[in-house]
Each structure stands twice: as structure tokens, then as C-alpha cells.
Design a protein around this ligand. Structure first.
Ligand SMILES: N[C@@H](CCC(=O)N[C@@H](CS)C(=O)NCC(=O)O)C(=O)O
Length: 208
């Protein structure tokens, strides 16, 4: 049995969507980030940087932090969404999500959505980078159905919940037709909808 430690954020949703996609039953332990539960000593034991998501696989007592490592673990355990002949591509798009897309869009959330008016430099910088990311993803998706190629993979699962924050980004998702096509396609998956609402049953990916 898998235990998922998470909050209702894009990084938390990556793993709930994956668990839903592979049909693994899991137990959810909510971590209230606003209350600072991520800094409790017991949580730090399994998450050295005090971040969600984390999983414990109670079948073998493996504990795993970092969403990309968790996605790879679950993909290998289930044999799904990590095509052995396409790992090189999937790894690149997965690492680009955790190393670039997530952190940059996260900064855009901080300056544009949560703290407008506090730093013109921060707002301009991350707005520009967020638009660039939309453009880069759109270019990739003009050539391929999914980020890593022809098939839906853990790189799409990692990226989707971040694009699902498109209203906060204020960029206009529909201006990017390939990214919109990809987003709509993934939004229609039953497992995605189930995973997306893992904490709030009324939560769903907003329409472009
Ligand atoms: N690189 C990490 C990022 C995880 C992350 O940033 N988690 C945020 C929530 S979305 C968090 O736990 N923040 C709490 C904190 O930093 O205090 C991953 O991909 O798992």
C-alpha cells in the first residue's frame, strides 16, 4: 500500500493523478503547508527539504521524495507511462518540468498572483519566462502529440497540473493552440479528473 503525503498543489496533484492513472489504492496523509506541518521533525525524516510530495511504499518501506523520483518509481512498479524504449526522451521532459517549468511558473505565481505590486522586476521577469515556457511547450506539441513523443507519459503527468493553473498565469492558454489541444486531451481523462480532485472533490482542471 502506498501512502501519499501531499497538499492540494500542482506538485501534490502530479502524484495523485499518477496513482489514479495506474489504479493503485493509496492512503492520503494531508500536509497543511500554511500551518507549517512540512517542518515537523517526523516529516523531515522522510522529506529532507520539508516539501511535498512524498510517498511511503508500505509493501517494502521505501520512502521517496521529489516528484520526478516518485513518478519514476510508480511507473516502474506499475509498468505504465514510462515506455522502456523512450526513457531518454521521457526523462528529459520530466526533468525539464521539475528543474525549469515548475520552479519558474511557481515564481510567476508568487509575484503575479499572490503578491502583485510588490516587485515590478519580479513580476516582469517571471511573466516573461512563463510566456516563454508556454511558447516552448507549444512548439514541442506542434511536432508531437505528447511531450515525450507519441504516447502519454509521466512527463505529461508532471506538467499538466502546472498548466492547469493557467488562469493564475494570465497568459491566455488559447493563444497556444497545440498546448491547448494537449491540455484538453489530458483534461478529458477520467483518471486525471479523479486524481485532480484528490483533496477537494469540486476541484477540476479549468477550461482554457
Ligand atoms: N522539486 C520538488 C518541489 C516540491 C515543492 O516545491 N513542494 C512545495 C508545494 S508545491 C512545498 O512543499 N512547499 C513547502 C515549503 O517549501 O515549505 C518536487 O518536484 O517534488
Amino acid at each position: 500500500m502506498i501512502e501519499l503525503f501531499a497538499a492540494n498543489t500542482p506538485n501534490g496533484k502530479k502524484i495523485s493523478i499518477m496513482l489514479s492513472e495506474i489504479g493503485f489504492e493509496y492512503k492520503l496523509t494531508k500536509i497543511d503547508l500554511d500551518k507549517g506541518e512540512q517542518f515537523k521533525a517526523a516529516f523531515k525524516e522522510i522529506s529532507p527539504f520539508s516539501k511535498i510530495p512524498v510517498i511511503i511504499d508500505h509493501e517494502n518501506n521505501n520512502t521517496i521524495f521529489e516528484s520526478a523520483a516518485i513518478l519514476i518509481y510508480l511507473a516502474e512498479k506499475s509498468g505504465k507511462f514510462y515506455d522502456k524504449d523512450n526513457k531518454l526522451k521521457i526523462n528529459q521532459w520530466l526533468m525539464a518540468q521539475t528543474g525549469y517549468i515548475g520552479p519558474m511558473l511557481g515564481q510567476h505565481h508568487q509575484f503575479h498572483h499572490y503578491n502583485p505590486g510588490k516587485s515590478k522586476f519580479g513580476e516582469d521577469r517571471y511573466f516573461k519566462i512563463a510566456k516563454r515556457i508556454y511558447q516552448e511547450l507549444d512548439e514541442r506539441l506542434s511536432k508531437f502529440k505528447f511531450l515525450s513523443g507519441d504516447y502519454y507519459s509521466i512527463s505529461d503527468i508532471a506538467t499538466f497540473p502546472w498548466i492547469a493553473r493557467h488562469q493564475w498565469h494570465d497568459i491566455g492558454l488559447t493563444h497556444y493552440k497545440n498546448l491547448t489541444r494537449w491540455y484538453n486531451n489530458i483534461s478529458e481523462r477520467k483518471a486525471v479528473l479523479k486524481g485532480f480532485s484528490f483533496i477537494d472533490k469540486d476541484d477540476f482542471p479549468p477550461k482554457p
